[in-house]
Design a binder for this molecule. Structure first.
Ligand SMILES: [Zn+2]
Length: 220
């Protein structure tokens, strides 16, 4: 598409910031104000890891505390909007780039029914964006989620662990693979613990995780 066509598209279908809905140029992912706000919400993975028990994955990467602009961005991502997702994928890829030798990027799955209803699985799109940034393959088909309509974020910790058991491995042979597993939010880690354990059971040599947000509050 050439520049004139892009400009015409921008008039017909204005590009908007996922975090505040203001109009932005067609070649931008988010507005400047929201980008600044997000940078103030940056956290390190250690902020989360220090407050949680040891994990089955080796290395974790997270970007933002789950609040304010980042929370709005994640909700937009769940709605099928892509600016915040692509913005986050670029930042995650920059942080992960030092940890090369990853075989492929995969994602926490949703049930086939939910994917049909939404026509879109946001963790899958995130995984594809990160994979593209890193020049790696994105591969699904390792994990499945079995039916149920409970919203995990409403559940206390013990029930979250039980909820996570709805994830199953497909029996794929992951021998010797180093897998990067992605999801939108890292809260108690129950889902990512379960999915990591399944990947390791299927032979993966190493699993790292990347999440856009983590449920910790940035100290001021
Ligand atoms: Zn904005």
């Amino acid at each position: 598409m050439n520049r004139a066509q892009m400009l015409l598209l921008d008039v017909l279908y204005p590009n908007r910031c996922d975090c505040c809905d203001s109009r932005i140029p067609y070649d931008r992912l988010l507005c400047d104000a929201c980008t600044d706000l997000l940078m103030q919400q940056r956290i390190s993975y250690a902020d989360w890891a220090n407050a949680h028990p040891e994990t089955p994955w080796q290395q974790g990467t997270v970007l933002f505390s789950y609040a304010d602009a980042a929370r709005t961005g994640v909700l937009a991502m769940k709605d099928g909007r892509r600016g915040f997702c692509r913005f986050s994928a670029k930042l995650l890829a920059e942080s992960i780039a030092e940890t090369m030798d990853i075989s492929c990027v995969t994602w926490v799955p949703v049930t086939a029914k939910r994917r049909r209803q939404r026509g879109y699985a946001h963790a899958e799109y995130l995984a594809h964006c990160i994979a593209e940034e890193l020049g790696l393959p994105a591969r699904g088909g390792f994990l499945t989620e079995h039916a149920g309509n409970v919203r995990q974020h409403d559940l206390p910790a013990e029930e979250r662990r039980k909820y996570a058991e709805r994830f199953r491995g497909t029996g794929a042979d992951l021998s010797g693979m180093h897998i990067l597993l992605t999801d939108d939010i890292l809260t108690t880690g129950a889902t990512l613990r379960r999915c990591t354990a399944l990947l390791l059971e299927m032979g993966a040599e190493r699993v790292d995780i990347a999440a856009v947000c983590a449920g910790v509050h940035k100290a001021d």
